[in-house]
Structure formats: C-alpha cells, structure tokens
Design a protein around this ligand. Sequence first.
Ligand code: SF4
Length: 322
Amino acid sequence: MADLQNTFSWSFSAAEDFDICRRKRYWAKYAMWGGWEPTADSLRKDAYRLSKMDNAWSVLGRAVEEAVVWTIRRAQAGLNPTPDEAYEAAARPYLNRAWTESRRKRYLENPKRYIALREHYYREWTPEREQEIIAALKVQSRRCIEQFHQNVLPRLRNVRPENEIRIAIVGSGGEPESFEFEKIKIYAIPDYAYRVGPRLHIHDWKAGKIREHHEEQLTLYGLWAQVKHNIPPEQVDVFIEYLAEGVTRHLTFTAEDIEAIKERIRSSVEEMADYLVDGNIERNEPLPQADWELSQDLALCRRCNFLELCQKDPDYPPPGAS
Ligand code: SF4
C-alpha cells in the first residue's frame, strides 16, 4: 500500500484550534502524523493518542446522535419507538461504553478504536464530581432525546432513505466527509441531509447550549452542498436542532453568505501557510515545533488534550502566561 500523505486540509475546528493556539494545531495536524505506526517515536505516538481523546460533553453529543439515528431508522421502518427505548437502546450503551473503555485505559492499546475521556486521563474529577457529571449526562441525554421525539421527529417522518444523502462520519471507518475548494481539502460533516424536491435539508444535532458562532460554521454546509452536490445556496435549508433547549434555528443562504465563507477559508489558509516551510501547502511540511507559539492562556491549557506534551517543553509556560 502506498504511504499515506499528510495533505493540507481545513475545517472549522482546525481553524479554531489554530486561532486559539498555534501549538495545538501543530500537535493535532503534524506531530501526530504516523503516530499509529508501531515503529513511531514516543512523541508521535503520544500526540496521536491525545489527538483522539474525547471529553464528557463530546461523548454526550455522540450518545444523543446514536439515539437520534436509531430513532429515525425505526420510524422509517414503520415503528413508533419511545424516547425511553431510544435512550436504552442507543444512548445508554454508548455512554457506558465510553466510561468503561476510558476507565480501563483501553485506548492505550488502540487510541482510534477505544474512547479516552480527557477528564479521566488528566484526573480532573474527584469521585463525587464524576458521579455528578454522570448523573447530569443521563438527564441531559434523556432531555435531548425527548425533545427530538417531540419537536424534530414529526418533521422527519416522511423522509425516505432513498432521499437521504450518504455522509461519511468520523469513526465510520473511512475518510470523513470532505470536499475540495480551490485545491484544498475541506472537512464538513453534516449530521443528516436529504433532498426535498429541488431543495436540500440539513439537520445538525446539538446536545449543548446555543452558541452564536454555530451559524457561521454551518454556512460551510451551503458551500459543501454547492460544490459536492451542485445545489445552489438558495435551495439549502439548515436546521440547527438545539435538542437540550428544544429550539430550532433555521438558516438559509445567499450567494453573499457563500462568498463570505470562501473568504474566511482563504484568509485562514493563508495564515496557516505561514507556519509551513516556504509557505507551501502542497508540500505541507511544518516549521519546527518551537515556531508554533504556545498559548498564553493557562485556563485554555487546562482544558486541552495536549497539555501533557506542552508541559514537557522547556519553554512552557511561556513568559507572561496566566
Ligand atoms: S496545552 Fe496550552 S499551549 Fe499546549 S497546545 Fe494546549 S492550549 Fe496550546
């Protein structure tokens, strides 16, 4: 098999990492590369393992998604599943799996396959705090599933599988959903999309709080629909489903919105290229580690998967950090 290439790519989460801390982007995109190989050095292996790490709230989001997909499939089969059944069949097993794998440190055998929780790894919880978090996740996941059944499922009842767009999600085995824009690979992974006549409907499940920046991020789906499925922005409807709050935000796009997102990508890519040898994104060779600045914000570091690696850097914490 030909060697995998670490090609330059862009996504909103990568841009966010880069914006908040250059070093984070270095660990997550470059230092980790090849860390899955048994012969990789320990820094590479560690960066790869840490790059795969989850946290309690990302696991909650995934558990709710599992329950949502489970429910949609049963409804399409003519069944009438209850929120309790969805929780028991899909969300609870996922939460249990996450906790079991993380506590047993199974990720040390295979970080891609087994879930690690950052809070376990960095011992962020007292036993009492962990019990509180587990109880809160149960309540929140049940609430999200109930809201989905009440507010969203009635709108999806008539969607047939043949109208759905297949989307490669993270963890499904192959490469996650992406498209090419000006020769750059852009990752954009809508949760659920289907055609309604000439229109495309996209739903994004959110198990957490309403955040204003979600709207800009989801404009990327308008570009994805245009480039990958040849659907003009005016024919795309995005529904941000804030399941915990029972709120839906409906977004539509204009050609100007799509131009704005293109500009956002271009300027972000340009900044990222400054950290590559000769600014060459085709070669995608990073500048040395020391050129990727460490964050000055230690509160950010305390929530960062890569803290262990930065703490080994003699320059950490940087002067003036607080
Ligand atoms: S621990 Fe701090 S400095 Fe290191 S990558 Fe994370 S945010 Fe950046």
